[in-house]
Write a protein that binds this ligand. Sequence first.
Ligand code: FAD
Length: 215
Amino acid sequence: MKILIILAHPEAKSFNSALFDTAIDTLKKNGHEVKTSDLYRGNFQPVSDERNFTRLKNETFFKQQYEELHAVEQNTFSIDVLSEQEKVEWCDIMIWQFPLYWFSVPAILKGWIDKVFAMGKFYDNGKIFDNGLSVGKKAMLSITTGGPKKNYIAEKYGDMNSILFPIHRGILEFLGFTVLDPHVIYAVERLTFDERKVVLNDWSEKLMTQLAELE
Ligand code: FAD
């Protein structure tokens, strides 16, 4: 299978980076094709504005979705946007690896979402959810948290499925992706080194099992 993994973490020696590297190794060893975007190391520029395009249809009033429709027709997406769009179009499965920031994705990944999923290319009038342009593709979030699992309940922070709903439903399913169960590692800083090694091993096994079931 063709798998795209996006990493959004500022530190190359972070645990998120270790989860990212583990996924790449595991998937390659099991014969899958892997493409990646390491957003920080790749200096991804996350601000979505007129720089998403090489030329604008309307130079006097910037309206992103109109410019996206124009860019699909005229092939005028900037190279950073286009190269990420091509990776999403290429993959069968997309994995996002990130630390939970403010119950959401880090800003660099939000910028990637805002820039990459252009109208006319990834969704359009009526081409959403079951008719979405990414129907047939799958997506999985792989997340770490600072907070412990016991706090992710309705009476405290809210359960993780509710927290992830805007991403799962408002972005991935909206585009047509089938959302796989998220991989969530709670309170990663509170684990011992050995416990973190077990987490990496379990992640590798989970990927192998899950992908074998999908093939
Ligand atoms: P790291 O600190 O990188 O890693 C933990 C430990 O693992 C480190 O000691 C590291 O050296 C070690 N390690 C690295 N590689 C390996 C390896 N191969 N084997 C073994 N050990 C290894 N948390 C919440 O719960 N909810 C929130 O809403 C939230 N919002 C946040 C907002 C912001 C802006 C920030 C900065 C943090 C927020 N957090 C939140 C906390 C954040 O989610 C956690 O700090 C993060 O998930 C921890 O993951 P990490 O990869 O950064 O850990």
